[in-house]
Design a protein around this ligand. Structure first.
Ligand code: ADP
Ligand code: MG
Length: 697
């Protein structure tokens, strides 16, 4: 019977129904394609056999060949460990097992010759190897046919059923030759251009490389393919969408020109100009825009949104701008009212707290086309909010905005879906954004307006607390205000609440002469608003809060941000919090407080914060520390179940893959040429979300 990528694994050599079930449950391997793409995570060079006498204790995993001399157990109960003496004529070394003692005793006997792999460590002044991987020497092949050994991830349960890395290696080995000869999917031109090895060879070489170099070539080919197919799916679908969704054309510039010539309150930064051009070309393209605008806190996204809404206004279309909270909606409203005060533009605000009489009025005017820009919260998505001609939706701080909600906005203009501009201050590395928001075009404001002072950032421990308090006092005396933030971690809300309250008390004691605000998630929305407003109006000097102070809140007079237990925060959150200060003319400070003990990762986070203020640099470190799976919003996104590529490491390959996809679609948008036949049939399967191998052959 022929085997293809879709063949169930129970039909493969060395598997059978029972093992197939285990592989399915434990590793989600269902088909031959799944098995073949269960790639090794590492290779070991097992050509060299070390001597015990040459070991120093600083080696990585090494290979020894010798005899088991003696077994003894030590300790008792759960602490029992097994110790074996191992001798290779050059010397003795101890092998130690803390787990699986019986398994070892059953499988190996004193006097046997074994080959073992393990990492020697110095314990006291003696060398030992814990949990070596061991095989009887007589069972091993000469080792000449294959230089590198592939290591595969397995699970506890699989290992108990004798399906360890070595067994998996064996099974894959037995089946590799069954890969059909004609499995290439990439166009010949790409293979040539990027010097990729053919697909079949890559699939074999990744499991059985002759050298590290060959393994690397196989990995590069397969990474390219993986990223290429993801980008192709995203961009191919997008080009199809474009045909389906025409957009209003905002050609005329009238108020925009007046504003630009006469009322612009500051020079635009080059970055602002660049993104406005990008957006403008969308708005006159005849297709609906779906664009993500990334820009660090304070980079001036509001002005960009405003200029875009003028383009809409100049073409008799309305703009709606949505913010995640009332406070932010209020700030946007104030900002935009200020920008537009000389232009005769009609701006309104709608939120949950708008009184019903004025709400009625606003809804009526909106539907009649008497309002040009409406700013609000979620209340704007409600069905009763109707427009005469909604042309543009701006969504500020998108991470709280689901795809479904975006879709609802689309429905508010039946003849032409409105253009969509999503703005976020949460920097996402470009490579990740390309994959995550592949359906959106991306613009980046990568420059802050001139004259911004750097926020001086320091790391302090509890031992410095007195001097920190003294510093805060001096700043308040100079007229500044201060944020003091405590972590809020979902699992331990109670504890955090206690931390916050204890902190509030000690701060009240330390600063008896100043009014203090407190803000936390257990307060009613109205109380929160009240406290926030007191701080905004400079009635209180210190705001003690959990992380509920919103992204984007703007109190220019607040110039010091103290973050307590800062080791508990993720990098992007630290960066967001720091962005609350540095908005006024004064020198600003960020003080990262921790206890004395800080984990290695936390130390990297703190050092990064102290070193740089560049949101994208911070996001890159974050991506490296956490991996893409943990970044905000990535969990739901299946596109990140990558089998081999790593978005943090492989950005070069990703960019090459994406550019290739664009070039292909430029020439052959329908993928109709013979060279693209296979790609097209792949793309046409609607559920090819995980690029299912079942479907590829
Ligand atoms: P964000 O990108 O965080 O939304 P804002 O739009 O709130 O930033 O802008 C932050 C501050 O910078 C505002 O006070 C705004 O008026 C000001 N600003 C924006 N662009 C410029 C510029 N090109 N030059 C000077 N100030 C600017
Ligand atoms: Mg903003």
């Amino acid at each position: 019977m022929g085997v293809n990528f879709g063949t169930e694994i129970k039909f493969l050599k060395g598997i059978g129904p029972k093992r197939a079930e285990l592989f399915q449950k434990e590793l989600e391997l269902f088909t031959f394609g799944d098995l073949i793409t269960h790639y090794p995570y590492r290779y070991e060079d097992r050509t060299r056999i070390y001597k015990v006498s040459e070991l120093q204790g600083n080696e990585e995993i090494i290979q020894l060949r010798g005899h088991l001399k003696n077994f003894k157990t030590a300790g008792h109960g759960r602490k029992t460990r097994l110790i074996a003496d191992f001798n290779d004529k050059s010397g003795n070394i101890e092998l130690v097992w803390f787990k699986g003692v019986n398994w070892v005793l059953n499988k190996f006997k004193v006097g046997q010759e074994v080959i073992l792999f393990g990492k020697p460590t110095l314990y006291g002044n003696k060398l030992n190897i814990a949990h070596p991987e061991m095989e009887l020497a007589k069972n091993l092949k000469s080792g000449k046919d294959q230089k590198l050994t592939s290591l595969y991830s397995s699970t506890e349960k699989l290992r108990r059923n004798y399906l360890d890395s070595r067994a998996i290696e064996n099974i894959i080995d037995q089946n590799l030759e069954q890969i059909e000869f004609d499995v290439e999917i990439l166009p010949e031109t790409l293979i040539k251009k990027f010097k990729l090895i053919p697909r079949r060879r890559a699939l074999i070489a990744i499991h059985k490389p002759q050298s590290f170099k060959e393994a690397e070539e196989a990995r590069r080919r397969l990474k390219f393919e993986e990223l290429f197919l993801i980008q192709l799916r995203i961009l191919f679908q997008k080009s199809e969408n474009k045909e389906i969704f025409p957009g209003q054309i905002f050609k005329k510039l009238d108020k925009l020109n007046t504003f630009y010539r006469e009322h612009l309150p500051f020079q635009l930064t080059n970055a602002q100009k660049k993104v406005i051009k990008e957006i403008r070309s969308d708005l006159i393209s005849g297709y609906q825009m779906n664009r993500l605008l990334q820009g660090d806190v304070g980079s001036g996204k509001t002005m960009v949104a405003f200029l875009c809404s003028l383009m809409a206004r100049d073409n008799k279309a309305q703009t709606c701008i949505m913010a995640p909270t009332e406070i932010l909606a209020e700030q946007l409203y104030n900002g935009l009212s200020d920008y537009s005060k000389y232009l005769g533009i009609r701006i309104a605000k709608l939120s949950g707290s708008t009184k019903s009489a004025s709400r009625k009025e606003i809804l009526k005017n909106l539907e009649a086309g008497n309002i040009d820009i409406i700013i609000g919260t979620h209340a704007l998505i409600e069905d009763r909010v109707k427009f005469k001609n909604l042309g543009l939706c701006v969504i500020d701080e998108q991470h709280r905005f689901g795809v479904a909600q975006r879709a609802k906005l689309w429905q508010k203009n039946k003849s032409h879906f409105p253009h969509i501009l999503v703005m976020t201050a949460t920097p996402i590395p470009r490579t990740l954004a390309m994959t995550l928001y592949g359906d959106l075009d991306i613009s980046v404001i990568d420059e802050l307006p001139p004259g911004r002072k750097e926020i001086k950032t320091v790391h302090r421990t509890d031992a410095h607390r007195l001097s920190v308090f003294k510093f805060l006092k001096d700043e308040i005396e100079k007229g500044r205000q201060i944020y003091i933030v405590y972590p809020l971690i979902e699992e331990s809300k109670k504890l955090d609440y206690k931390d916050l309250m204890d902190g509030f008390e000690s701060i009240s004691r330390a600063f008896p002469e100043y009014p203090i605000s407190i803000l936390h998630g257990r307060m009613k929305a109205a109380d929160k608003d009240y406290e926030m407003q007191r701080f905004v109006k400079n009635e209180t000097k210190i705001l003690v809060s959990t992380t509920v102070i919103e992204v984007g809140v703007n109190v220019p007079n607040a110039s010091v941000m103290v973050i307590e237990n800062s080791e508990k925060f993720g990098l992007s959150q630290l960066h967001q919090l720091r962005g609350r200060v540095g908005r006024g003319a004064e020198q600003s400070f960020c003080i990262l407080m921790t206890g004395n003990k800080v984990s290695k990762d936390a130390r990297v986070r703190l050092e990064t914060m102290v070193r740089t203020q560049n949101g994208f640099e911070i996001a890159d470190v974050d991506l490296k520390l956490r991996g893409p799976g943990d970044l905000a919003g990535t969990q739901q996104s299946g596109v990140l179940n990558l089998k081999i590529a790593d978005l943090a490491q492989d950005s070069g390959i990703l960019i090459a893959a994406r550019d290739s996809v664009k070039a292909i679609l430029d020439k052959d948008p329908g993928l109709n040429s013979t060279a693209h036949r296979r790609l097209k049939s792949l793309m046409q399967r609607k559920n090819s979300n995980d690029l299912d191998w079942k479907l590829i052959s």
